[in-house]
Design a protein. Structure first.
Length: 154
């Protein structure tokens, strides 16, 4: 009888031992968790406006029609270099040689993706909207305004 009793006691302890083992193993799995994934460096353009047309539209439409048009009396980089390397203003474009990636990044600071028509890159040179040290460069209703706004829908 004495032997029978110890075997029964041992069998009763097995579920408790199994539960403890499961708890310990489960805890180690929880503590281990998922492996760490390196997503790389934090992008530098977080919080900056990225118009739908992106760099391509900037290079092919914004730069030649809005920032550096053939009419050099109106552009941001006009003769005298207001917003080129020689300008010394907060918004400076690289024109010699032209650096599209750098210039695009410069414009992002002056864009408003929520209200593109309120982007300082548009409102400062546009006649009668915001004051601009270089004066009003873009008359109201000018086609370059539509080109600028299309950047956000392309």
């Amino acid at each position: 009888m004495g032997t029978h009793r110890s075997q029964t006691a041992g069998r009763a302890a097995l579920p408790a031992l199994a539960a403890t083992l499961a708890l310990v193993l489960g805890s180690s799995v929880l503590l281990t968790g998922c492996p760490t994934v390196d997503l790389g460096d934090t992008p530098t353009d977080i919080g900056l406006c990225n118009p739908t047309g992106g760099v391509d539209y900037f290079t092919n439409q914004i730069w030649p029609n809005y920032i550096q048009p053939t009419n050099t009396t109106r552009g941001c980089t006009k003769s005298g270099g207001c917003h080129s390397e020689a300008g010394g203003n907060a918004l400076n474009f690289r024109t010699q040689p032209q650096d599209d990636a750098f210039n695009y990044r410069q414009t992002q600071i002056y864009l408003n993706c929520g209200q593109p028509d309120m982007s300082p890159l548009l409102t400062r040179p546009e006649a009668g909207i915001d004051s601009h040290g270089g004066g009003d460069l873009i008359p109201m209703g000018d086609p370059s305004i539509d080109i600028f706004l299309a950047w956000f829908t392309q």
